[in-house]
Design a protein around this ligand. Structure first.
Ligand code: NAD
Ligand code: UDP
Ligand code: UDP
Length: 404
């Protein structure tokens, strides 16, 4: 009898408490579920990316009335346990949105160095979501099927703030995640970077280019750290049979970039929206190619779930000089900002554009969002951030730590 009531409480009452609508989800026919899920998913994805203000109203849970995001319900055999290191950061939090919306169990491991709790706050009361405040340079025990290993500061001022720590994160952190992947037989994806090509002498950069990297400059802690991390991935594959995936990410932008991370997209937008001088480093002839974050997330997901295990460039080949890019952001924001030229920074790569043939052929992936569409969404986002903050002083050249 006690057992019977225990089961009733376990299976009926608890799910109902956990998530309103859980029981009605269970009763839906598969066909209705698919149609509804598609609408729901489209709707919520649109809200996540387009409307941060609305999202923040979803993210104000109280102890008694948690507002819980509604996601797909997957059967036990399809639901994966997925670890996302660095999941509270810019890219990681968008990836978490996609994985959660698909109905997986997601654990974020983050030490909040550059990430923010608010980036994942809307998932906090969801039964499939866990947040672990942990530094990946320490060993971690977990039981998971897949690991997206993103933990690492990505913007130059952030990764130069504590160069030794950046090295430890890429080396000891990646070693720990590979040890974990080996032990639990999980597939692991590393977010490497176009920086492993250094200041490239080949243009555009394809995966078979070995790069031109200064081992002892201000960018080395990041570039060489990621190069060692890649080497570790392939060594664990060869020596221990770990299933690995390596994404080489090119410059990515979008909502939830840290306003003080000092990267060019956030700096130019924040400067232009406040009519402050837009700071171009050097003559502004150096180039970058910019991809919108939703394209990157789709690419990471496609890579993780594909058989190909060579390194894969993920980026949008749309290339700009920084001078042109400043003008472009100025036009899109209708700004009257002056464009101001500052000193060139050390070892700044002079050009960068991905050759994405591998991603197209192997993953059937290519970017869908144009730079203009992405910039408009990001401008709207930073306008909201500015409305909240009042004023933001962007992180300047040579700054080695965030201002806030
Ligand atoms: P981000 O700084 O917003 O996110 C990094 C996250 O990792 C943050 O949440 C941070 O707190 C966390 N982190 C840092 N060190 C950690 C540690 N030791 N232990 C646990 N957590 C730690 O940066 P992002 O732009 O989201 O970049 C994510 C990943 O993608 C990074 O690995 C980066 O190298 C790679 N990448 C990004 C870009 C880009 O343009 N955004 C380009 C190339 C590569
Ligand atoms: N590790 C971890 N979690 C695990 C398994 C391993 O953090 O579940 C760490 C472990 O502490 C070690 C690293 O991963 O520092 C590499 O592990 P591996 O088993 O490959 O090497 P070993 O421990 O034999 O040196
Ligand atoms: N940059 C700039 N003004 C800024 C910030 C960056 O001109 O306020 C330049 C920087 O020198 C580099 C390019 O923009 O040539 C991209 O810089 P970011 O830090 O965004 O990324 P990364 O150099 O890592 O590609």
């Amino acid at each position: 009898m006690i057992l019977f009531f225990g089961m009733v409480i376990g299976y009926v009452v608890v799910p109902f408490m956990i998530r309103p609508g859980y029981l009605s989800d269970l009763m839906k026919s598969p066909e209705t579920e698919m149609v509804n899920e598609r609408h729901l998913t489209d709707d919520i994805t649109a809200r996540l990316i387009d409307n941060q203000k609305l999202l923040s109203t979803q993210s104000l849970p109280t102890a008694r009335t948690p507002n819980i995001m509604t996601s797909k319900t997957l059967s036990d055999h399809r639901r994966k346990k997925i670890l996302v290191t660095g999941g509270a950061g810019f890219v990681g939090s968008h990836l978490v949105d996609k994985l959660m919306m698909e109905g997986h169990e997601v654990t974020v491991v983050d030490n909040f160095f550059t990430g923010q709790k608010r980036n994942v706050a809307h998932w906090m009361h969801h039964p499939n979501f866990s947040l672990v405040v942990h530094d990946v340079i320490e060993p971690l025990m977990a039981e998971v099927d897949q690991i997206y290993h993103l933990a690492c500061p990505a913007s130059p001022p952030h990764y130069q703030f504590n160069a030794v720590k950046t090295l430890k994160t890429s080396t000891m952190g990646t070693l720990n995640m590979l040890g974990l992947a080996k032990r639990v037989k999980a597939r692991i994806l590393l977010t490497s970077t176009s920086e492993i090509y250094g200041d490239p002498q080949v243009h555009p950069q394809a995966e078979d280019y070995w790069g031109n990297v200064n081992p002892i400059g201000p960018r080395s802690c990041y570039d060489e750290g990621k190069r060692v991390a890649e080497t570790m991935m392939y060594s664990y594959k060869e020596q221990s049979g770990v299933e690995i995936r390596v994404a080489r990410i090119f410059n990515t932008f979008g909502p939830r970039m840290h306003p003080n991370d000092g990267r060019v997209v956030s700096n130019f937008i924040i400067q232009a929206l406040q009519e402050k001088p837009m700071t171009v480093y050097g003559e502004g002839d150096q180039t970058r190619s910019f991809q919108y974050v939703s394209d990157l997330v789709d690419g990471l997901h496609a890579l993780m779930n594909n058989d190909y295990d060579g390194p894969v460039n993920l980026g949008n080949p749309d290339e700009f000089t920084m001078k042109e890019f400043a003008q472009y952001v100025k036009k899109l924001t209708n700004s009257k900002s002056e464009i101001r030229f500052l000193d060139k920074t050390t070892d700044d790569p002079s050009k960068r554009r991905p050759d994405i043939t591998t991603a197209k052929m192997r993953l059937n992936w290519e970017p869908k969002v144009t730079v203009e569409q992405g910039l408009r969404k990001t401008i709207d986002y930073f306008q909201q951030v500015l409305d909240e903050a009042g004023e933001i002083i962007p992180t300047g050249p040579g700054a080695s730590k965030p201002q806030n």
